[in-house]
Design a protein around this ligand. Structure first.
Ligand SMILES: NC(=O)c1ccc[n+]([C@@H]2O[C@H](COP(=O)([O-])OP(=O)(O)OC[C@H]3O[C@@H](n4cnc5c(N)ncnc54)[C@H](OP(=O)(O)O)[C@@H]3O)[C@@H](O)[C@H]2O)c1
Length: 418
């Protein structure tokens, strides 16, 4: 178990964009399982007679709704040269930011390029995922066939059956034993976001483990579930706000599920917005003797205001999402009399500035997963094989922002490679 001390030590211890170059092989769009110039082995592998790997990628060449702008593009990838590495997708999630990026409303916009042989300059969707190394160029030093890797940075495009990247763009997963593609493919965005927000914005009193609190909305999200488990691990109590379900039984089941992950208290947004919430907070925090020192906000609007009002003087609220699309409005008194500090966090920019710390954070979370102390998020698995059609895959992406989902959409590639 990682003690607060060990984690504190870990904390203190703290390019290259490019899609795969398309091979000089005609890029074709089509539904056929393998191109006529390729051999299908066992219906799994598609290898061209010239040694090219056949690949498909979900690309977009203009901004809009995923169902309208995503296309499945078929192309070929050459054998890797120098420090290049050829990869096969294992699992890649569909996160809210991925959809915002395709809609053109996200601040980071991958460049539209023709490197995959698309007719229009395009970008590949997706920002995180687990890949398996299928071949390496002669100059590759630290990766071998069979290794599992993730991309160092967001914005490189992960919704693709195969990719060719430079070794320098990849993080090798050391000791993949005991880990699944889902766990590795979803570790670099949400758990890292939760981890850094809890660690970097609040000077926790490590002598008071179990006597300090954080509050968060969107507690059922991937980030929220990670925050609950990290809080439990680090002795920070959590007050968690979720949206009410259709029936009281469903709401209770959700509360129970989060409590099993380690949530101290779970309330609905509706409960938080009633007059009695203040008294309830006083009661659980022993009349404020156990301070609420951090709020994590991914919703905005009234919900965020209510969150801020629970904070003890000199505390921080970190905003990292805006699921309700409502602005954050704050009573001036919270700034003047309570000296609250309002921050924002964006893991993409943080990760680009702190690559080594990001890698260390990922390692810490993977260690918690290996030892069974960090549970998987609920998943809506979307199998992607050679027969998968573009519109069907795009429809799954479209559902990402729907809310009240039973699990996060995750592409799992079950086709073969070579
Ligand atoms: N800033 C960063 O670096 C960073 C990094 C990662 C994620 N994020 C943001 O964090 C948020 C959660 O991402 P995720 O991948 O963890 O989410 P997720 O697992 O895909 O779940 C989405 C969450 O959003 C909630 N939600 C959806 N619509 C809502 C609304 N109108 N009002 C309140 N809640 C709503 C859902 O609540 P229900 O369960 O009730 O449907 C669910 O808990 C997103 O805003 C995402 O963009 C930011």
């Amino acid at each position: 178990m990682l003690s607060r001390g060990i984690l504190r030590a870990a904390i203190n211890g703290a390019r290259h964009s490019g899609a795969a170059r398309a091979a000089p092989f005609p890029a074709v769009s089509g539904k056929a399982q393998c191109a006529s110039s390729t051999i299908s082995i066992d219906g799994r592998r598609c290898i061209s007679m010239y040694g090219y790997t056949q690949a498909k990628a979900l690309v977009y060449s203009k901004y809009g709704e995923p169902k309208d702008v995503l296309n499945l593009h078929k192309h070929s990838i050459s054998a890797p040269h120098g420090t290049q590495v050829n990869l096969r997708l294992l699992a890649a999630p569909m996160n809210p930011a991925d959809v915002n990026q395709i809609q053109g409303v996200y601040p980071s916009k991958p460049p539209f390029e023709t490197s995959l042989g698309t007719v229009e300059p395009s970008a590949v969707g997706g920002n995180e995922g687990a890949f398996e190394v299928i071949s390496t160029g002669a100059g590759v030093k630290n990766l071998s066939k069979g290794d599992w890797v993730i991309m160092k940075r967001t914005g490189l495009g992960t919704w693709r059956t195969h990719a060719q990247l430079d070794e320098s763009q990849l993080i090798r997963i050391e000791n993949k034993e005991g880990l699944t593609p889902l766990q590795i493919g979803t570790v670099s965005v949400n758990p890292v976001t939760a981890y850094r927000m809890i660690r970097d914005f609040c000077d926790w009193d490590w002598m008071r483990a179990g006597e300090e609190w954080m509050i968060q909305n969107g507690a059922n999200s991937g980030v929220g579930r990670a925050a609950i488990q990290l809080g439990r691990e680090w002795g920070i109590k959590t007050l968690n706000v979720v949206r009410q379900r259709k029936t009281p039984e469903e709401t209770e089941a959700l509360k129970q599920e989060l409590k099993e992950l380690g949530a101290t208290v779970v309330v609905t947004e509706e409960e938080m917005l009633t007059g009695s919430f203040r008294d309830m907070v006083k009661e659980v925090t022993r009349q404020g003797r156990e301070p609420i020192r951090l709020a994590l906000n991914c919703v905005g609007g009234k919900n965020a205001t209510a969150l801020a009002k629970t904070l003890s003087p000199d505390s921080h609220m970190v905003t990292y999402g805006a699921m309700s699309k409502q602005p954050v409005a704050l009573p001036s008194g919270l700034l003047i009399f309570k000296n609250l500090v309002f921050d924002g966090f964006w893991v993409s920019r943080w990760g680009d500035k702190n690559p080594q710390l990001k890698e260390n954070t990922i390692k810490d979370v993977l260690q918690l997963i290996r030892t069974g102390r960090f549970k998987d998020i609920p998943v809506d698995n979307v199998e992607w094989n050679w027969k998968s059609e573009g519109p069907q895959l795009a429809e799954n992406v479209q559902g990402t922002l729907g809310g009240y989902r039973s699990g996060k959409g995750v592409f799992t590639f079950t086709g073969g490679d070579e």
